[in-house]
Design a protein around this ligand. Structure first.
Ligand SMILES: NC(=O)c1ccc[n+]([C@@H]2O[C@H](COP(=O)([O-])OP(=O)(O)OC[C@H]3O[C@@H](n4cnc5c(N)ncnc54)[C@H](OP(=O)(O)O)[C@@H]3O)[C@@H](O)[C@H]2O)c1
Length: 206
């Protein structure tokens, strides 16, 4: 596994980051990595089930730059809420409807469950793996999520769809860039449990 298996602390594809002090160099196979990417209101709200709650062109540009070339796992509702095509990326759309077919010309792979999605990831081990929402899908993949790339908005928003709480006991902030009204923040899991769970899920699905 190449692109999706990064050394702990490494930044996103194409990004340059200060690495946290991890002590002596890690020996052996790199750990499996799955990154959730989201824009989150100060109260944890990410959506209202309709369109976008805010307009942040820099956030959209960053999403495109970070995820380009990767595999994007998302829920059917999020996929259907997208206004633009996700060119240059593979979209794995989770739905329990076996007959659901995507509209659009980009590469979209419908899957009916976590294991089927993991099988696609296993086949695409050279690409970076992302979880792109929405609320149901962030939660479904939370036990396997090893990194977060968040756009943290300063304001609270009204909406029923939320991002899982980011407990500082479980997540280490590795990078933060403040902007007017929001910040880009990256986190990595403190414990190796999620990475191990992800490796087991992928191995079973392969
Ligand atoms: N701010 C952000 O960064 C961000 C990012 C993404 C989305 N959002 C927002 O989030 C909202 C959508 O989130 P949501 O929670 O309502 O929906 P969602 O997570 O996008 O999609 C839910 C759908 O995924 C399918 N699904 C869920 N679990 C599954 C499983 N285990 N196996 C197979 N299929 C499964 C089901 O599709 P079927 O009904 O077809 O079976 C379910 O209805 C929107 O408002 C969107 O704008 C915000």
């Amino acid at each position: 596994m190449a692109g999706s298996l990064d050394l702990p602390g490494a930044g996103p594809a194409g990004g340059v980051r200060d690495l946290p002090d991890l002590g002596p160099a890690t020996v052996g196979a790199p750990a499996a990595s799955l990154t959730a990417i989201a824009a989150v209101g100060a109260n944890g709200v990410i959506g209202d089930g309709q369109g976008l709650l805010w307009r942040l062109p820099e956030d959209l540009a960053r999403f495109k730059r970070l995820t380009m070339g990767g595999v994007l796992v998302m829920g059917r509702r999020t996929y259907e809420s997208l206004t633009g095509a996700l060119r240059g990326r593979t979209s794995v759309v989770m739905t329990r409807r076996p007959d659901w077919r995507p509209a659009g010309e980009c590469e979209v792979i419908p899957v009916t469950g976590l294991e089927a999605a993991a099988a696609v990831l296993a086949e695409r081990s050279g690409q970076r793996w992302w979880v792109c929402g929405g609320g149901e899908i962030y939660r479904a993949w939370w036990p396997y999520t090893t990194r977060l790339e968040l756009t943290e908005l300063s304001a609270a928003y009204e909406g029923a769809v939320t991002f899982p709480p980011v407990d500082p006991a479980d997540w280490r902030l590795t990078d933060r860039t403040q902007r007017e009204g929001f910040a880009f923040a990256a986190y990595e899991r403190v414990a190796a449990t999620a990475s191990l769970a992800l490796e087991a899920l992928i191995a079973d699905a392969a």
